[in-house]
Design a protein around this ligand. Structure first.
Ligand code: HEM
Length: 536
């Protein structure tokens, strides 16, 4: 196993200090602190000089790829804005660079002796995610970072294991299955608006609502029912053990951010040593979630054997396929619960935001929805909601502007080339959906603006390309693209119809306070506060 330059220098420092100590022992002299400082200073100073001045200019195989001159400074800026001030996410920085740096589809971000590339155009993205996908894998660090929560499900499987997992999970996400889930999603969306209605001040027809918490709860309830036939009842605040564990695992605190950072960089033993309290809490919660999930799986398997599993959910489908072991089922379940819950709630929140600041669009959409859903039968929901041009256009436009997962990433798994530039094994590749979704050359000069009409054709029907030549990158591309796209869209349609048919809303906070933030998914940093008025 090769060692990094930093590790080599650290080893050299240790050897030099050891030899120095021996020499001083012989001459019976003491060990002055200034000598120790000098050994550290000279070695790490040389390393810094090499990384800042020699490597990027003379050694880096990607030195001819355009990119910011001072990638190190950029990395600090991204970190400061993303983590400390929460004013800007990394994807926004990369978008600014992509727009201001002439490039052919990749830019290089150099920092301290390593270079990462950012894909900026659909062609290079297709190369990495589709045509040459076998040369790239998910980054091991990301896997280490998210694995405690996501499990070893589809998101992190590679090669044959992924192919098998995807093939046998896909049937649970087919159109017919999603259609059957509409009435449940509709019911939960109605429950959400009923609960929100109760929170408005008694005796008043309007009130202030922070919508993120309701979006998170309704999407957890929906994925619970769709995924494993279990109602978390998180909307009605009944304390569910599984829901509570999830809330604790996914809520963002400084301590947890540090824990995730250490977990992605160090071994679990080392992390346990440095942060014993948080590690114990996280390990207990993960173990509890796994145990509860496994228990539910066994219950379902028992019911299926007895032939009385009348349930219709993804887990039941996976069990009845007999394709997965109990451990694999638990991993798939954990992955579906997490990836199917956070992303959808975030998308819904951004839809509420855009409709709050574009009152004309809100009115137009309400009229469309109210006309369409009057007297609708549950079985008609898929065809009616999927045919509404403005509802779908608004949804697609918001998903374009605020891709809930703004960046995907890969690492080169072998030495390879991209656009003729050598890419050494282990090179990190960032794929920001944000760049492509807002590229003026693909969407026109109004790429940053909210214009749902771009998704509506002249004949009045909505399309899936938004006037762009490649569509949006929100759900990824190729064989690893999102399996839950149809599921999520069905859910968003139901949730938005429920909101529009019960409330009118405006923003109840300064617009400058609505800023995207987050490490994996992006939600408003300060929540989304709305002033809501019940429709009579
Ligand atoms: C707005 C909502 C959603 C967005 C924006 C989204 C986005 C994505 C993206 C970009 C990927 C590709 C990641 C990569 O290639 O690195 C992905 C993969 C995935 N998504 Fe989603 N997703 C959403 C909702 C869902 C839902 C509702 C589910 C499940 C119920 C789901 C399950 C998955 C799974 C299992 C994968 C891994 C697929 C594979 O590797 O084969 N997602 N998603």
């Amino acid at each position: 196993m090769g060692i990094s330059l930093f590790q080599a220098v650290t080893l050299a420092v240790a050897v030099e200090l050891f030899l120095l100590g021996k020499a001083l022992q012989k001459s019976d002299r003491s060990y002055p602190a200034s000598w120790i400082a000098s050994v550290f200073g000279i070695n790490y100073g040389l390393l810094l000089f090499y990384n800042l001045a020699i490597y990027p200019v003379f050694v880096d195989p990607l030195r001819n790829v355009p990119g910011p001159r001072y990638g190190n400074v950029l990395a600090l800026k991204v970190w400061y804005n993303h983590v400390v001030t929460k004013r800007k996410i990394g994807a926004q920085f990369y978008t600014e660079i992509a727009r201001t740096t002439p490039n052919e589809g990749i830019i290089a971000i150099r920092s301290f002796g390593s270079t990462m590339i950012v894909l900026t155009q659909p062609e290079t993205i297709t190369t990495v995610l589709v045509n040459e996908r076998l040369s790239y894998t998910k980054p091991p660090q990301l896997r280490k970072f998210l694995r405690p929560i996501l499990g070893d499900g589809l998101v992190f499987l590679e090669g044959e294991e992924h192919r098998f997992g995807r093939k046998h999970t896909q049937p649970a996400f087919n159109k017919a299955q999603i259609n059957d889930l509409y009435p449940m999603m509709w019911g939960k969306a109605q429950e959400m608006v009923a609960v929100i209605g109760k929170t408005l001040e008694p005796g008043y027809e309007s009130g202030k609502v922070e919508i993120v918490r309701w979006a998170t709860r309704v999407s957890l309830d929906i994925i619970g029912l769709a995924g494993l036939g279990h109602d978390f009842h998180s909307l009605t605040d009944v304390k569910d053990k599984l829901a509570g564990d999830y809330e604790e695992l996914t809520e963002t605190t400084w301590g947890k951010l540090l824990w995730f950072l250490l977990m992605s960089r160090l071994s679990p033993t080392m992390t346990r040593f440095l942060l014993p309290g948080i590690t114990k809490t996280m390990e207990d919660r993960v173990a509890s979630v796994r145990n509860l999930s496994t228990k539910m799986i066994y219950e379902k398997m028992g019911a299926a054997k007895d032939g009385d599993d009348g349930q219709f959910d993804i887990l039941s489908l996976l069990i009845s396929s007999n394709d997965f072991s109990e451990a694999q089922l638990t991993d798939h379940l954990l992955t579906l619960l997490v990836s199917g819950h956070e992303t959808t709630s975030v998308a819904f929140v951004w839809m509420c935001y855009r409709l709050a600041i574009h009152q004309d669009a809100q009115k137009r959409l309400r009229t469309e929805v109210l006309n369409a859903i009057a007297g609708v039968e549950p079985s008609q929901l898929p065809s009616i909601l999927e045919g509404l041009p403005f509802l779908n256009a608004v949804m697609l436009e918001v998903l374009r502007l605020y891709p809930p997962l703004p960046m995907q990433s890969r690492v080169a798994d072998v030495d390879t080339f991209i656009l003729g530039h050598p890419l050494a094994k282990g090179t990190r590749v960032l794929i920001p959906a944000w760049i492509v979704n807002r590229a003026p050359e693909l969407w026109g000069p109004d790429a940053d603006e909210f214009r749902p009409e771009r998704w509506i054709d002249e004949d009045g029907r909505h399309n899936n390309m938004g006037g762009g030549s490649i569509g949006s990158m929100t759900f990824g591309r190729g064989p690893r693209g999102c399996i839950g796209e149809g599921f999520t869209k069905a859910e968003l349609r139901c949730m938005m119809c429920a909101m529009l048919s019960h409330f009118e809303w405006t923003l109840n906070m300064p617009i400058s306070e609505v800023v995207p933030s987050g490490s994996v998914t992006i939600r408003p940093a300060n929540g989304l506060h709305l002033k809501m008025k019940r429709l009579v």
